[in-house]
Design a protein around this ligand. Structure first.
Ligand code: GLN
Length: 488
């Protein structure tokens, strides 16, 4: 096995035992990253110089043997909507081409403090709007399992780089499914934490009441290790919760005997891809055989979650994206007067999907429509949240498929936005309710495309999620399957 193929927990023990230095590891990872990058195109910016400087620092820490964490010296990818001081941060938009933030996002600061290495900024859908990474202004990231398929999105580059072993783990963000859906499509683990669990300071906002940052990793243990570093209260984010953070690697190893699992009937609609249904049902059987109890439940308002989301998220986005006016950040297209400058800048800087969302949002928020759309969507949001509250009175976790289908081909869903929006049918209600959920590999289709299992938890109970996921993972070998970078 090559060094770069290992997991974080495996390479951490090699680093600690001085079998390899961080500089050697970073060089080997960088060489592999560059070798496969022309095929997969995971990164908008590769940060080799930063990585090697950080690796040299990590080696000093490793030599002294003090202040070590499992991430010390380990190469990671960072989604390109997280501010990185002095390193271009584009949100995959032309609007922010060349933008170098003057500060780091809190999650980046935390990774730096833990001694992690940043190998690059990963590709994504423009401003995180999309489910295939095809709306990126820069490039199309390929799915390592089949290069003619999309990696999912919006954290497509964060998923592909981990799947193709270009990094040991990555950070993504999830507003309606953007960590879990690409994790499912690329055969890796992805966790969207509880709203407020991880600081959003320095995350370029899409929909502030739904956005969360989370880890994307090769297995569940790595996910727990990254959570240990990034979770926790941050004064700089007023929505960050002051709730104690457990050691997730300890929580993860606890028994799942007697764990109550809810299966919501709304998440198994007729006409769903039979391979996804079958893999999910098998995984539920497996969890049962490991000692958990399975109960049928109902989340009756979940069929309204997509409609509510496409009012709430664009409304927030239209407000958040007002700041790109040619004055403060990135692109400026000159005009005869200031209004013309604004409009020319925004016309040239944003792609069609971002413009669609801004138009949807400004419409929903305009006077006369506000009550009919935005206010109504907020009421639906409350009902969806209540569904989860009620379900969690009876069960500890909820298990569903992550996505209704495996990865699809480029261009397949770009002509009709609604077919693309339907990718998130199983992930979106979780953001609306603010609860945590994780996706992990639970099968392969006949054409060798990964299938993901979603486990949903109570607020701030990521520990139980990880415990269920770890027990399942340890009894299967889906997480050890590797993509072949083939083209079909
Ligand atoms: N695909 C959804 C959207 O386009 C969710 C994206 C996300 O989670 N950032 O809005």
């Amino acid at each position: 096995m090559e060094l770069y193929q290992k997991t974080i927990h495996e390479i951490a023990s090699d680093l600690k035992a001085k079998k390899v230095s961080s500089v050697e590891l970073t060089k080997a990872t960088m060489a592999h990253l560059k070798a496969v990058e022309p095929k997969v195109q995971s990164f908008i910016t590769v940060t080799e110089e930063v990585a090697l400087a950080q690796a040299a620092e990590a080696d000093k820490r490793l030599a002294s043997g003090s202040n070590l964490t499992p991430l010390t010296g380990v190469p990671l990818g960072i989604k390109d909507l997280l501010c990185t001081k002095g390193v271009q941060t584009t949100c995959a938009s032309k609007m922010l081409e060349g933008f170098k933030p003057p500060y780091n996002a809190t999650v980046v600061e935390r990774l730096n403090a833990a001694g992690a290495i940043m190998v690059g900024k990963t590709n994504m859908d423009e401003f995180a709007m999309g489910s295939s990474t095809e709306t990126s202004y820069y490039q199309k990231t390929k799915n390592p399992w089949n290069l003619s398929c999309v990696p999912g999105g919006s954290s497509g580059g964060s998923a592909s780089c981990v799947s193709a072993d270009q990094a040991f783990g990555s950070l993504g963000s999830d507003t309606g499914g953007s960590i879990r859906q690409p994790a499912a499509l690329c055969g890796i683990v992805g966790l969207k934490p509880t709203y407020g669990r991880v600081s959003r300071y320095g995350l370029i906002a899409f929909a502030s009441s739904l956005d969360q940052i989370g880890p994307m990793t090769k297995d569940v243990e790595d996910c727990a290790l990254m959570m240990n570093v990034i979770a926790g209260h941050d004064e700089k984010d007023s929505t960050s919760a002051n709730v104690a953070v457990p050691d997730y690697t300890v929580e993860m190893k606890k028994s799942i005997k007697g764990l109550k699992i809810g299966i919501p009937k709304e998440f198994f609609p007729e006409g769903m891809n039979p391979e996804v249904t079958e893999a999910t049902k098998k995984a539920i059987e497996q969890l049962k055989s490991l000692g958990s109890e399975v109960h049928e439940i109902s989340l009756p308002h979940s069929p309204y979650s997509l409609a509510a989301y496409y009012v709430l998220a664009p409304s927030e986005a239209s407000s958040n994206l007002a700041r790109y006016d040619g004055v403060r950040y990135g692109l400026r297209v000159p005009g005869e007067n200031i209004v013309e400058m604004y409009s020319k800048t925004r016309a040239a800087g944003f792609g069609p999907e971002v413009k669609r969302r801004i138009m949807l949002g400004t419409y929903a928020l305009s006077s006369g429509y506000y009550d009919a759309y935005y206010l109504k969507a907020l009421k639906v949001r409350r009902l969806i949240k209540q569904d989860y509250d009620q379900a969690f009175e009876k069960v500890d976790v909820i298990v569903t498929p992550t996505v209704p289908n495996p990865a699809f081909k480029f261009g397949e869903k770009t002509d009709n936005p609604l077919t693309m929006y339907l990718e998130d049918i199983f992930t979106i209600s979780i953001n609306i309710a603010g609860v945590p959920a994780l996706s992990l590999p639970c099968g392969l289709s006949k054409t060798d495309l990964p299938i993901g299992l979603q486990i949903i938890g109570k607020p701030f109970d990521e520990g139980t999620l990880l415990k269920a996921a770890y027990a399942y993972e340890q009894s299967t070998d889906w997480h050890r399957r590797k993509p072949t970078l083939k083209e079909s």
